[in-house]
Design a binder for this molecule. Structure first.
Ligand SMILES: Nc1nc2c(ncn2[C@@H]2O[C@H](COP(=O)(O)OP(=O)(O)OP(=O)(O)O)[C@@H](O)[C@H]2O)c(=O)[nH]1
Ligand SMILES: [Mg+2]
Length: 341
């Protein structure tokens, strides 16, 4: 059994070993995650996603520094950083670069940085990331920053882990907004235009605002019997005021730290909104339900595989290929496990 008590007590070496066990999906790692589960659920999980090179790592670094050295009157928060790099099978160049950018944080016992690379399927990476995040949460880290390159479904899945998702844009990546291309704009709780020192910021901002107006139309106003009336959503689906969140746009210059305190304030405002609207609870419920259903599916398929006779699947499949049976009949036969009906 893994020394879960040591992890809970804040032992960094024990935590590092646990993270490796989780990444390797060992039985001990799985058991430890179960033992840690009751202790998780308190951290604010913040996803940071966006096209390559927009400045996500620089921003994560600055945000972490901000949480460790808050303005007067605020208590510092402990921070875990999970840098997910699905493109590199090993901890490659990008991650090495991240380490250099994170040097302001090294030696700080209140910060833990973990880089993760894909060892196989992206789906596996998403699950691994969820485990690692849960371990940080249980170990008492108050803020968990999860950096992913926003380029596809796997990254979106990883971003779904988060309570608050930042989508990072930068001017000068071409006229198109990268997030729109990648389809990740819809998961944004906060839009960040980083590299605000670069030319083209106004264009990027205008494009994002247009997108936002399409996605979150304000109540339309039209003339009815000569009077101006608001067209409101149907009562049944009308959200309470605090349930409406329109993603703000925050400009930053990560290399200098400009806009970072304002960004941290927007993140805090989003958390307050989540709690007030009930979304905080809805999101973790949805997350747990997804996890439960994924695991259940895996377990059922696994159990079923063990119970059917050897070669039975292949036999049924070849009958299907020869059109002796239909796909539905094949499923019936397979679930029947080779026993006579
Ligand atoms: N001019 C300018 N450069 C920046 C800014 N933020 C980051 N950079 C630079 O942009 C480059 C990429 O920054 P990263 O933080 O590595 O970007 P990233 O999004 O993490 O990159 P990947 O993880 O490789 O996708 C680095 O050379 C940074 O120094 C900024 O606000 N202004
Ligand atoms: Mg990076």
């Amino acid at each position: 059994m893994f020394p879960v008590e040591d992890v809970l007590a804040g032992n960094r070496l024990a935590l590092a070993r646990l993270l490796t066990a989780i990444e390797n999906d060992t039985p001990a790692g799985r058991a430890a995650l179960s033992a840690l589960f009751p202790h998780a659920g308190r951290a604010h999980l913040i996803g940071v996603t966006g096209a390559p090179g927009t400045g996500k790592s620089s921003l994560v670094n600055r945000l972490a520094y901000h949480y460790r050295h808050p303005p007067d009157g605020e208590a510092p928060k402990t921070v875990a950083i999970v840098a997910v790099d699905p493109s590199s099978p090993f901890s490659g160049g990008a991650v090495l670069g991240d380490r250099v950018r994170m040097r302001d944080l090294t030696g700080d016992q209140g910060v833990f940085i973990r880089s993760m690379a894909s060892r196989g399927s992206l789906g596996g990476l998403a699950r691994m990331t969820a485990g690692v995040v849960q371990a940080f949460d249980a170990a008492g880290y108050e803020i968990v920053l999860i950096e992913t390159v926003g380029a596809g479904q796997a990254e979106v899945d990883i971003a779904r882990l988060a309570h608050t998702t930042l989508v990072v844009e930068a001017p000068g990546l071409g006229d198109d907004i990268q997030a729109i291309k990648a389809g990740i704009l819809e998961i944004a709780d906060i839009l960040v235009i980083n590299k605000a020192d670069r030319p083209g910021v106004e264009n990027t901002e205008r494009a994002l605002r247009n997108m936002l107006n399409l996605a979150h139309p304000l109540p339309r106003v039209y003339r009815h019997h000569g009077a101006l009336q608001e067209v409101l959503p149907a009562v049944a689906e009308a959200p309470a005021d605090e349930a409406i969140w329109i993603p703000p746009i925050q400009k930053t210059i990560a290399t200098r730290g400009d806009g970072v305190p304002e960004l941290a304030a927007e993140i805090a405002r989003h958390r307050t909104h989540l709690e007030a609207s009930g979304d905080w609870e809805r999101r973790w419920r949805a997350r747990l339900q997804r996890e439960l259903e994924d695991l259940l599916q895996d377990a059922l398929v696994h159990r079923w595989r063990r119970e059917i006779p050897p070669n039975y699947y292949e036999d049924v499949f070849s009958q299907l290929v020869q059109r002796q049976i239909s796909p539905r009949q094949a499923v019936d036969a397979l679930l029947n496990g080779g026993r006579e009906a």
